[in-house]
Design a protein around this ligand. Structure first.
Ligand SMILES: Nc1ncnc2c1ncn2[C@@H]1O[C@H](COP(=O)(O)OP(=O)(O)OP(=O)(O)O)[C@@H](O)[C@H]1O
Ligand SMILES: [Mg+2]
Length: 364
């Protein structure tokens, strides 16, 4: 028998004042899995989460948890009866309650049972010594961990988290993110995490649901979304991209880097060949002799450095091509050629994505 999704959202739709904000959204989260709802500001992520939590009602579509209908048709199970834990961006702790009372807030059971569970969770989040402390005496990161403990305390089957780490500084965030993930995995909780940061999604997610303009444009494992983006915008959401434009002739597109196979496009079709900056290769110009073309790299093209910066783990080099188009390369460690220097560059053929011009989704 196949396992039921812990959370199954089908064709969820919600409009405000005639504007569709959540448009036919479907996603699933299996037990113990982390799904990240990733997308730019205003694309409808929080609204989707609110519909799942039950604090808002969908116009159409269904929300199911372990197969049971929570919202859809005339059914609307109230939020407290859905077995979900919620951490919203402002995670508001109760200021007048101590840390332990905050964590105990949603708990049922005897006083001893509650005390044991609160202690267990505060141990897990590394705050056991703060039981009697009040929220204003804690740092932002510590408050965040109390909020996590509070949300986990009633053993929710599903944890809904809306940008839960956004208030934290970078260093603190990495640690808390990893700790949180470890705790959630240990508890076997299914997690739907909303974020607008691709790096956070890649770090946390088993599956990413990429959202844009109210719709899910692509779903998949981080590796697949990064390496096989659905369209140019999906590619650009994860890193800077280079775009090389061309026109198809006989299923081939001619560029400064040689011919590209572009099957499935009609003669005269405009295409965009997209490549991430880390997939450009660089060679020294020497006496102006181009390196030999290879199947991996195609043809090498001369390019002039316009700017080079070192940013910590890598260097970013901007190039101007002979046709005045520009390209960006990232190179590990320190590589700072002087502006005006000419180099040979090539692009990794297996790392290129071809899309129809105009930024719309792939051929088909
Ligand atoms: N109750 C509401 N009434 C009217 N419009 C709303 C309501 N809630 C959300 N919206 C609109 O829906 C759109 C999506 O909002 P939502 O909060 O879901 O975006 P988001 O993806 O979470 O963005 P962010 O990353 O900035 O938090 C926004 O344009 C917002 O103004
Ligand atoms: Mg939001």
């Amino acid at each position: 028998m196949t396992e039921l999704p812990r959370l199954e959202v089908s064709n969820l739709t919600r409009s405000f004042g005639g504007r569709v904000v959540v448009n036919d959204v479907s996603l699933t989260v299996m037990p113990g899995q982390v799904t990240c709802l990733l997308g730019p500001s205003g694309c409808g992520k929080s609204t989707t989460l609110r519909l799942i939590a039950g604090v808002d009602r969908p116009d159409a579509g269904e929300v199911r948890m372990d197969g049971a209908l929570m919202a859809g048709g005339s059914t609307m199970v109230p939020p407290e009866a859905r077995g979900t834990g919620l951490i919203f961006q402002d995670f508001a702790l109760f200021p007048h309650l101590s840390v332990s009372d905050n964590v105990a807030f949603g708990l049922k059971g005897t006083r001893t049972e509650k005390r044991l569970r609160v202690h267990e969770l505060l141990e897990k989040v590394g705050l056991a010594r703060y039981v009697d402390t009040f929220p204003h005496e804690l740092s932002g990161g510590e408050q965040q961990r109390v909020a996590l403990a509070r949300a986990l305390a009633p053993r929710p089957k599903i944890m809904l988290m809306d940008e839960p780490f956004s208030g934290l500084d970078n260093r603190l965030r990495d640690g808390i993110r990893d700790e949180t993930l470890a705790i959630l995995k240990e508890e076997g909780t299914a997690v739907l995490l909303v974020t607008h940061e691709p790096e956070e999604a890649m770090r946390m997610a088993d599956e990413i649901a990429l959202m844009r303009g109210g719709r899910i444009v692509q779903r998949g494992a981080p590796y697949n979304i990064y390496n096989a983006p659905a369209d140019r915008e999906a590619a650009a959401f994860f890193s800077d991209i280079n775009v090389i434009e061309g026109t198809v002739q006989g299923a081939l597109t001619q560029t400064a880097f040689g011919q590209f196979l572009t099957p499935g496009y009609a003669d005269g079709a405009e295409v965009e060949i997209v490549i991430r900056p880390q997939h450009l290769s660089i060679d020294f110009y020497r006496d102006g002799q181009a390196p030999a073309p290879t199947p991996e790299h195609g043809v090498w093209a001369p390019a002039t450095v316009s700017r080079a910066r070192f940013v910590g783990t890598e260097s970013i080099v901007d190039f101007v091509m002979e046709d005045a188009s520009t390209l960006k390369a990232t190179i590990p460690n320190v590589f700072l050629p002087r502006p005006g220097t000419t180099l040979w560059i090539a692009i990794r053929r297996d790392r290129c994505f071809v899309f129809p011009a105009g930024g719309k989704s792939a051929q088909g």
